[in-house]
Write a protein that binds this ligand. Structure first.
Ligand SMILES: *Cc1c(COP(=O)(O)O)cnc(C)c1O
Length: 217
């Protein structure tokens, strides 16, 4: 199957209003270009340096999503162009993003990552911690960073009941956020193995890698 076919097949399954992020981490430029020529404009990467290199080499109408765990000292390299940072899981990172946004005279959109999985290896905030950040006076003073939604990753398991429970927790947290701030609109949840379940639970942004590009090494 070609990458273009994979993208068309996937798009055919998505309800209106669900954004597809093609997760292209570890894949070379030629492979990303195939997806680009199939009309794909949103790409997700999990390493800043790799994303910067791909941004430099590729057409400038691409929206780049940073989906990986992010360190403060890396924000500056992508602050001029990143479209959305998905994995914000602490206040000091938000503070740094605001500072870098200010330097580039732009507002950088971010999602707070919520820990919904049972594994200790997965990052993220507790729902209450995330709500506290959204409502904090410090955040309200930031003019160059905007929390536009939430992101989460379900446990690595074949137990769909467990995955569904985790997605429902994220969706209910998202609903609480929206009541406090009606401009919150993005719920990033769902990957190759669980995007259909995620959409049924209310996701409007899915991050799909292997289903488009094949397995990673
Ligand atoms: C790698 C990755 C994905 C894509 O995973 P697939 O199973 O290949 O679709 C989605 N989200 C995050 C945060 C990732 O790191």
């Amino acid at each position: 199957m070609s990458i273009a076919k994979n993208i068309f097949n996937l798009r055919g399954k998505l309800p209106f209003g669900v954004e597809l992020i093609a997760v292209s981490k570890t894949k070379p430029i030629e492979v990303l270009n195939e997806a680009y020529h199939a009309g794909q404009r949103h790409f997700g990467e999990n390493k800043v340096q790799e994303m910067v290199q791909k941004h430099d080499a590729m057409p400038k109408d691409i929206h780049w999503h940073m989906i990986g765990h992010l360190q403060r000292n890396k924000v500056k390299y992508m602050a001029s162009f990143v479209h959305l940072i998905h994995g914000v899981d602490n206040f000091s990172l938000l503070e740094e993003i605001n500072k870098q946004g200010q330097k580039h005279n732009r507002v950088i959109d971010c999602l707070l990552q919520i820990k919904i999985a049972q594994e200790d290896t997965k990052f993220g905030l507790e729902p209450e911690e995330a709500l506290a950040i959204l409502q904090s006076d410090d955040y309200k003073e930031f003019e160059n960073v905007k929390i536009t939604g939430l992101m989460g990753m379900a446990s690595f398991t074949t137990d769909n009941t467990q995955i569904q429970k985790e997605f429902e927790l994220l969706k209910s947290t998202f609903d609480r956020f929206k009541i406090l701030d009606p401009t919150i609109e993005i719920l990033s949840m769902g990957m190759s193995g669980d995007f259909e379940l995620a959409i049924n639970c209310g996701s409007n942004m899915i991050r799909v890698g292997s289903l488009i590009f094949g397995e990673r090494n």
